[in-house]
Design a binder for this molecule. Structure first.
Ligand code: MEV
Length: 327
């Protein structure tokens, strides 16, 4: 028997970083980019994982305790109460370390494929909790938003319930309130990939050090981001999408203040805005990864054409909301 399951990428629309500190954030799945995992029996004993894109092949038994691929297999088999001699192949068209949630998508695809292979059912919350275990290895102190939006595969508002753990003690599952949010009118989003790999662990760690140094300043910035997120949620619920451009630009300013922007991101933003985007911001960990733009329908082509000249290695257009979110 051979079972293949997949999982989407994700985009954070508003609220990254502040979400680690208990403020709300809005995220959507990006179904046009997917990770896939295939599980089949093998003759040899043990479990081998072959990650084609990462050019890795590893034996779960011999892998380091903190290897994310081996970890997701170990925790999933333990949760399902099963074992076996398995060959797991992983493929992904989500660029790693780019803010699209590639690690969480690969883990989610593996959990889904293992559950299907053993004919077990896991709820979205259970899948998300398993994937969170590997997110801690990738991110250090993740909020849990990436594993949640990918496991739920719908537009979510995410609020982490408790204060962030101190660095080095990231055990346990983050408790969070996760709700789908209403999008009255769908809208296009232009996404420019800067091509700069920027591991989230680094930016999340740097923000933490900044927050430890200047807690009052950082808390005030996170509060401002929280206000922007609330305004954005209200705007999309009412179909007042035209407010999103300014709100993105305001959110970007706050992200710059906590040091997660970069000259490359700012070049992309400047060019996108000059080409007619109403607003834009980095999305995800920052210092690389992707930049998103809110663009009125009739300017989408112009903005899309301008961005490669400013260093974007790829530009995609997605639709947020309605039945076509990320399709
Ligand atoms: C990463 O996609 C989003 C961050 O807010 C980190 C997190 O929430 O875990 C930067």
């Amino acid at each position: 028997m051979m079972i293949t399951e997949s999982a989407s990428g994700k985009l954070i629309l508003f609220g990254e970083h502040a979400v680690v500190y208990g403020r709300p954030a809005l995220a959507v799945p990006l179904s046009q980019m997917r990770a896939r995992a295939t599980v089949q029996a093998q003759d040899k004993s043990g479990i081998v994982i072959r990650a084609r894109d990462l050019k890795r092949e590893l034996s779960v038994k011999d892998a380091a305790a903190d290897d994310p691929l081996a970890t997701i297999v170990r925790v999933t088999l333990a949760a399902l109460g099963v074992t076996g001699n398995l060959h797991i192949t992983v493929e992904s068209d989500i660029p790693p370390a780019s803010g699209f949630g590639s690690g969480a998508a690969i883990s989610t695809a593996i959990v889904r494929a293992l559950a299907a292979y053993f004919e077990k059912t896991l709820s979205r919350t259970e899948i998300s909790a398993l994937v969170y275990e590997t997110e801690k290895l990738y991110h250090g102190t993740p909020s849990g938003i990436d594993n949640s939006v990918i496991a739920y595969e719908e537009a979510i508002r995410f609020v982490r319930e408790r204060a962030p753990e101190t660095a080095g003690s990231s055990r346990g599952t983050a408790r969070a309130v996760i709700r789908p949010f209403a999008i009255a009118r769908s809208f296009p989003l232009v996404i420019a990939n800067s091509g700069i790999a920027s591991p989230t662990k680094m930016t999340v760690g740097d923000v933490r050090r900044g927050w430890e140094r200047e807690p009052a300043r950082y808390e005030a910035i996170f509060d401002s981001i929280g206000v922007i997120v609330e305004a954005a949620q209200m705007a999309v619920a009412r179909g007042e999408n035209e407010a999103l451009g300014d709100l993105m630009t305001q959110n970007q300013r706050e992200l710059e203040r906590i040091g997660v922007s970069s000259p490359e991101i700012e070049d992309l933003l400047a060019v996108g805005l000059r080409a007619g985007a109403q607003g834009g911001k980095l999305s995800g960990g920052g210092r690389g990864g992707n930049v998103i733009f809110y663009v009125e329908e009739d300017r989408v082509d112009e903005v899309t054409r301008a961005l490669p000249g400013a260093g974007a290695v790829s530009v995609i257009v997605t639709r947020v909301g309605g039945t076509t979110t990320g399709d």
